[in-house]
Design a protein around this ligand. Structure first.
Ligand SMILES: *[C@@H]1O[C@H](CO)[C@@H](O)[C@H](O)[C@H]1NC(C)=O
Ligand SMILES: *[C@@H]1O[C@H](CO)[C@@H](O)[C@H](O)[C@H]1NC(C)=O
Length: 225
């Protein structure tokens, strides 16, 4: 402790204030050492904490990479309106299609609720059907969805059929097949929330009413809403 009585003695004994400064300095240095120990300790704790955080981040990233769900992959195999090649085709119009769905995930299963298939011609709905087979798709599985739209599920009117025939004269009639479903991903026993999925397949048919060769086995873009 600094004795106030000593101060004048010190100052008189040494005009350059050496002892005072030394006394002050040793105290100051002790304080400094204590302080730097505390800083070092807090720095160490900080870096250990940051290293742990980084490790945790890397582990999470690797887990996410290996578990990240791939969206289902849709490919259109078949699509046809056979009666397009007949003069009286309008009365018995039928649309048949065959689409494959692949779950490309290694460890993630997919639950598909009831699917809906809708066919559009230049953005006008010309047919729609609920495909009543909710199913669970295992990892690395491919499932075929094949069905026929006919009778009440076909909404084509005679005006649209005339447009089909006009397009047919030119060689191709453009359609779009939309497959929508609500899906959930399953990882072990954990189930994700519901996602509304849309697969949109642009398919054109030739004058024989069959899918164009260039559209066969084409991948359909998939998006979620
Ligand atoms: C659907 O297409 C696949 C692949 O081309 C074929 O193996 C399967 O037999 C077709 N299924 C139906 C019902 O047309
Ligand atoms: C895909 O799953 C379905 C239903 O579980 C099954 O019938 C079919 O054989 C599986 N396909 C393959 C290629 O494993």
């Amino acid at each position: 402790m600094l004795d106030p009585n000593q101060l004048p003695i010190h100052s008189t004994r040494s005009p350059d204030h050496q002892p005072v400064r030394r006394h002050h300095s040793s105290h100051y240095y002790a304080h400094r050492v204590q302080e730097s120990l505390a800083t070092r300790l807090s720095k160490m704790i900080c870096s250990v904490f940051l290293t742990l955080l980084l490790l945790l981040g890397i582990i999470t990233f690797v887990l996410w990479l290996s578990l990240r769900p791939h969206r289902p992959r849709f490919h259109v195999q078949q699509f046809s309106i056979p009666s397009l090649s007949q003069a009286s085709g309008f009365e018995n119009a039928e649309i048949t299609f065959n689409v494959t769905v692949r779950n490309a995930n290694q460890h993630i299963g997919v639950y598909f609720d009831a699917m809906e298939a809708t066919v559009y011609y230049r953005d006008q709905k010309v047919g729609s059907k609920t495909l009543l087979f909710p199913f669970y798709q295992q990892p690395k599985n491919t499932t075929i969805i094949a069905d026929v739209l006919s009778g009440a599920t076909i909404l084509v009117d005679s005006q649209q059929w005339k447009e089909f025939m006009n397009d047919r004269q030119l060689g191709t009639v453009p359609f779009r097949l939309d497959v929508t479903s609500t899906i959930r991903f399953k990882v072990s026993t954990w189930l994700s929330k519901h996602h509304r999925m849309h697969a949109t397949c642009d398919v054109s048919v030739g004058s024989d009413g069959l899918i164009l060769a260039s559209d066969k086995d084409k991948r359909c873009p998939v998006y979620f809403t």
